[in-house]
Design a binder for this molecule. Structure first.
Ligand code: 5AD
Length: 359
């Protein structure tokens, strides 16, 4: 098992030969625990309204440059039918923290999906009240994604102002989600201004402690209409302590995350593809990831879901591109998975070579 010190040393490692070893270890553990099949999750961005004011995110309520939309129930169900027809196993319903998404309205959509399709339903809707999470679980939702973004409390409060009059602790919400029987996903951004190597090692340790089912991580990408993107909010650390928001750094975090959470479903994220459209997506899959989340949002809305710049202009692996995705997966020795692809817990985890040879 990787120690905290080893994690931090790997994060600081820049020697290409040493990094090759890390990529190989991560790829081997990925193959051993979750196999060669890549799960596709059809992502539907159902609303870009948001009540929050996160300093990094383009959907922040303070961003007045964005036209807001909320998909209708009919539009959502139509897209979900297409996702099912294309043979995806899961639909991910994502939005800003939008109070206009009413509890019962969404519950009815979830019930319809569960009654009429074989899809697993993942929700990614921010910090909703416990009653909402419970209602949607009862309606049939299977999974919930809520990134903790950084485990450093000072950095978190700098970039993630609380909702006036409410205190919400993401870790508490994650444990509630678990109690409700959801598969639980979380994650972070890599290279947030003010993020240090020790704090990033803490994040990876926290993934392990939370025993997450899904872990999403991508590089932080500055958005010009946000306080963090313009430099209006600046961190106090020395530049030498700053974690870079690069493709390679993100790959190191993916690889280490695979090593500490071998059973987790880990996507190769759109943010990683955004920093390097040519290689990002496949590189992530070769360095620990086993999931891709093609964007299935209708184009007219997709360009408005601008969490960070560059995201919406990416030539996404949308519905029609399934074939080319299958081709590129084959080029790296991987296949397309079928079915909902939940986390599988192993009763008897494979023994590492080290323990296997011990008397
Ligand atoms: N750069 C990269 N990722 C971002 N996210 C939000 N804003 C940015 C950004 N500027 C990520 C957050 C959030 C997820 C939906 O998108 O981690 O949880």
């Amino acid at each position: 098992m990787l120690s905290r010190t080893e994690i931090e040393t790997w994060l600081q490692q820049t020697d290409p030969d040493a990094l090759e070893t890390l990529w190989r270890m991560a790829d081997r553990v990925r193959k051993e625990y979750v196999g060669d099949a890549v799960h596709l999750r059809g992502l539907l961005e159902i609303s870009n309204h948001c009540v929050r004011t996160c300093a990094y995110c383009g959907l922040s309520r303070h961003n007045k440059h964005l036209r807001r939309y909320r998909m209708t129930a009919d539009e959502i169900l139509e897209c979900i039918r297409q996702i099912a027809d294309f043979g995806y196993g899961t639909v991910v319903l994502q939005a800003g923290e939008d109070d206009g998404i009413q509890t019962e309205w969404l519950a009815q959509i979830i019930r319809t999906v569960k009654q009429t399709t074989p899809l697993a339903v993942t929700l990614s809707l921010g910090e909703r009240p416990f009653e909402d999470l419970q209602c949607w679980r009862q309606a049939g939702a299977d999974r919930y994604l809520l990134r903790f973004e950084t485990s450093d409390p000072a950095l978190y409060s700098l970039i993630h102002p609380p909702r006036p009059g409410r205190t919400a602790h993401r870790l508490e919400i994650l444990s509630r989600l678990r109690q409700l029987g959801y598969e639980v996903g979380s994650g972070i951004m890599v290279g947030i201004p003010g993020q240090t190597f020790p704090s990033l090692a803490d994040d990876i340790e926290l993934f392990r402690r939370l025993d997450l089912d899904m872990i999403g991580l991508g590089p932080y990408i500055p958005h010009p209409h946000t306080p963090l993107g313009t430099g209006q909010i600046t961190p106090t650390i020395h530049p030498s302590e700053q974690v870079p928001n690069t493709e390679q750094m993100t790959c190191k975090v993916i690889a280490l995350t695979r090593l500490v959470c071998p059973e987790a479903n880990i996507p190769s994220t759109t943010a990683l593809a955004a920093v390097n459209p040519k290689t990002g997506r496949l590189l992530g899959l070769q360095r620990g990831a086993n999931v891709v989340m093609p964007n299935c949002t209708p184009a007219r809305y997709r360009r408005l879901y601008e969490i960070y710049p560059g995201k919406t202009t990416l030539s996404e692996t949308a519905l029609a591109c399934r074939h080319s995705l299958e081709e590129s997966l084959r080029s790296i020795g991987r296949t397309l998975a079928v079915g909902p692809g939940p986390r599988r817990r192993r009763a008897n985890p494979p023994q590492s070579e080290e323990t296997a040879t011990r008397p």
